[in-house]
Design a protein around this ligand. Structure first.
Ligand SMILES: [Zn+2]
Ligand SMILES: [Zn+2]
Length: 200
């Protein structure tokens, strides 16, 4: 139930955000989508490295020849992937994929003529990032901001106060019409969450 996103522009350069493919049909679907749209996968990036967000990184690295990037404060979660998957009863062989580099606040990911700005929002995990495209007013919020909800803060690296403060300072200050694509569930907008989100 984790959302994987593919972002690209007229250059056909693409970024895969939170490659969560776990089963073969999910891998096939992603590969087919990339092929059908003739995309060149330039980046494999993670909002954070909770297991459901990194399941597909090994597959994507093998298939598209690009190593994942994430915040260094979440890197330790990669070593836990197999044991976590077993704990959750995931009935599949899961391979962990090491990072090929780090991302942090103020970094910019460039695809053709498109820029994704990196915003660090700790509190759900220590190294949680959001990706923002200013021109199109689109935010990929991972697990920090959902429609009418926020990310859980009871996992290692979680901190409720820190999460709320960061969301208010760095996300709710974006334009109201910004469309928010979440790590789980439906998309929303900054304006809607400002008005309706019971946590904010
Ligand atoms: Zn998470
Ligand atoms: Zn998640």
């Amino acid at each position: 139930m984790e959302n994987t996103y593919v972002v690209w522009d007229e250059s056909n350069e693409a970024a895969i955000i939170d490659c969560g493919c776990l089963y073969e049909n999910e891998e096939t679907q992603l590969k087919q989508f990339i092929d059908d749209n003739k995309l060149i996968v330039k980046y494999l990036i993670n909002t954070h490295l909770h297991l459901d967000h990194q399941f597909g990184n090994y597959f994507a690295a093998q298939t598209f020849g690009v190593l994942p990037k994430a915040h260094k404060d979440d890197e330790k979660l990669i070593a836990n992937l197999k044991s976590q998957a077993m704990m959750f009863g995931i009935p599949s062989e899961v391979e962990a994929q090491n990072l090929g580099g780090y991302l942090d606040e103020k970094d910019e990911i460039r695809l053709g003529n498109t820029i994704l700005k990196v915003i660090h929002i700790p509190g759900h995990s220590a190294g949680h990032l959001c990706f923002y495209n200013e021109k199109e007013k689109v935010l990929f919020s991972g697990d920090v901001l959902f429609a009418d909800s926020i990310g859980r803060t009871d996992l290692p690296g979680g901190n409720f106060e820190q999460l709320i403060t960061n969301i208010k300072q760095k996300l709710l200050t974006l334009p109201d019409e910004t469309v928010v694509f979440c790590g789980h569930g439906e998309s929303t907008t900054i304006g809607k969450e400002k008005q309706h989100n019971p946590f904010l």
